[in-house]
Design a protein around this ligand. Structure first.
Ligand SMILES: O=P(O)(O)OC[C@H]1O[C@H](OP(=O)(O)OP(=O)(O)O)[C@H](O)[C@@H]1O
Ligand SMILES: Nc1ncnc2[nH]cnc12
Length: 184
């Protein structure tokens, strides 16, 4: 069973985002018992919703390239890159890339994971906007930031659609500019 959930829009003057946020739903016990899953799929499937998310994620930020985190970060990250005229890099789960530049292991809210940077994508000195859908425990964005820095590039910001504040993921991202459009 699914239900609508109220989330806070961090920039309350963004009316388009407020309308989009109403499309998020929460699903109890997915992907395993005890996890309350926030599903942003209906928001991204809505044209106005996707547009509001994309413009808010890239607004007032100087970046040379976007790094989107597999898998839902690919959807949003590629759209941000296209809208702001940059390229996009996919930070991938293991076993997908033919040539790996670097990898980082990390803990998730439900399990462990690894992120890999594709070879010949990120150049030293580039300013990277890291994009993902959700900030939960912060393990994923922390790993993404490490991959970027280990490549000699800079993190312009780590930007997510939704931050789950109770999981305190921001604490793992000390020193990074963290941008969350919505909070629950
Ligand atoms: O802050 P954290 O605790 O690290 O969690 C956030 C991550 O968890 C989800 O990824 P997941 O690997 O579940 O999947 P996806 O492939 O469906 O995007 C979400 O898309 C974030 O990437
Ligand atoms: N509770 C959650 N809802 C949606 N995406 C997530 N990613 C990690 N935890 C999540």
């Amino acid at each position: 069973m699914t239900e609508q959930v109220a989330v806070q829009v961090t920039d309350e003057s963004d009316l388009d985002l407020r309308r989009a946020a109403a499309l998020i739903r929460e699903v109890p016990d997915f992907p395993e018992p005890g996890v309350l899953f926030r599903d942003i799929s209906p928001m991204l499937a809505d044209g106005a919703g996707l547009r509001s998310v994309v413009s808010a994620l890239g607004r007032d930020c100087e970046f040379d390239v976007v790094a989107g985190v597999e898998a839902r970060g690919f959807l949003v990250g590629a759209a941000v890159a296209q809208a702001f005229g940059t390229g996009v890099i996919g930070l991938r789960k293991p076993g997908k890339l033919p040539v790996v530049a670097d990898r980082v292991d990390y803990a998730l809210e439900y399990g462990r994971a690894t992120l890999e940077l594709p070879a010949d994508t990120l150049r030293p000195g580039q300013r990277v906007l890291i994009v993902d859908d959700v900030l939960a425990t912060g393990g994923t964005l922390g790993a993404a930031c490490r991959l970027v820095r280990q490549a000699g590039a800079e993190v312009a910001a780590a930007a997510v659609v939704l931050e789950l504040t109770a999981l305190e993921g921001r604490d793992k991202l000390m020193g990074e500019e963290v941008r969350a459009l919505l909070q629950a």
